[in-house]
Design a protein around this ligand. Structure first.
Ligand SMILES: [Zn+2]
Length: 216
């Protein structure tokens, strides 16, 4: 049985997820730690639950989702796993930070392992299937757990909204196509945990998300 913990970090109120199961193994997804206090909150949580991070993953490599990758490398000796089509974004992080008024953003560490559509990532007794859904960023992936019916969706799908596609390398049609073919084919009771804001379900988005009207 997987437990999902959400920690909200940095200027962008980014959802950092910790998934763990009864074996005590855990994965860290989209580590957004920026302030010192946020790093302490993450470490305190792991200690409280007596769990050990065995993998670091990223849905995509926009700045708000990678701010804590260096922290995770230093603290847990983990390099993140992400899709190769987003790898170029790492080098852009410091400049992007400057444009947004953050002066002390350093380039995040290199990727540890590349992941692609269809891969299965394991920890403890759990499995996460990688679904590549570009459009918000070229290498955006989501992590789907079939047994417990949930998706860690990053910035693909939010409660009653979708990821922005006006950033460089965004593509609105591609994003909608991916949501239609890879997410709306899932059951209504699949939980969706987005990169920002509250969790939702596939069914709620199918009925209430205006961006998805006419898609299914
Ligand atoms: Zn993003």
């Amino acid at each position: 049985m997987i437990t999902i913990e959400t920690l909200v970090f940095n200027h962008w109120q980014e959802n950092t997820y910790i998934l763990y199961d009864e074996t005590g193994e855990a994965v860290l997804i989209d580590c957004g730690v920026f302030f010192k206090e946020e790093g302490k909150r993450l470490i305190d949580f792991l200690e409280l639950k007596k769990i050990k991070l065995v993998k670091q993953l990223n849905t995509h490599l926009h700045i708000d989702h990678v701010l804590g990758n260096q922290f995770a490398k230093d603290q847990f000796n983990l390099l993140t796993q992400a899709h190769k089509d987003d790898e170029f974004l790492l080098a852009e992080a410091p400049n992007y930070g400057l444009r947004l008024g953050l002066e002390n953003v350093v380039e995040p560490p290199a990727l540890g392992k590349l992941i692609k559509d269809g891969d299965v990532i394991t920890f403890g007794n759990a499995e996460l299937k990688v679904l590549h859904i570009p459009g918000h960023s070229p290498g955006h992936v989501v992590f789907y757990n079939e047994a417990q019916k949930f998706v860690i969706a990053g910035d693909v799908l939010f409660r009653e909204s979708i990821g922005r596609t006006d950033l460089p390398y965004g593509n609105y049609e591609q994003l909608l196509e991916g949501i239609k073919n890879k997410l709306l084919v899932l059951d209504d009771d699949v939980d969706v945990y987005p990169g920002h804001g509250p969790a939702t379900t596939i069914g709620h988005e199918r009925s209430n998300n205006l961006f998805l009207k006419g898609l299914s």
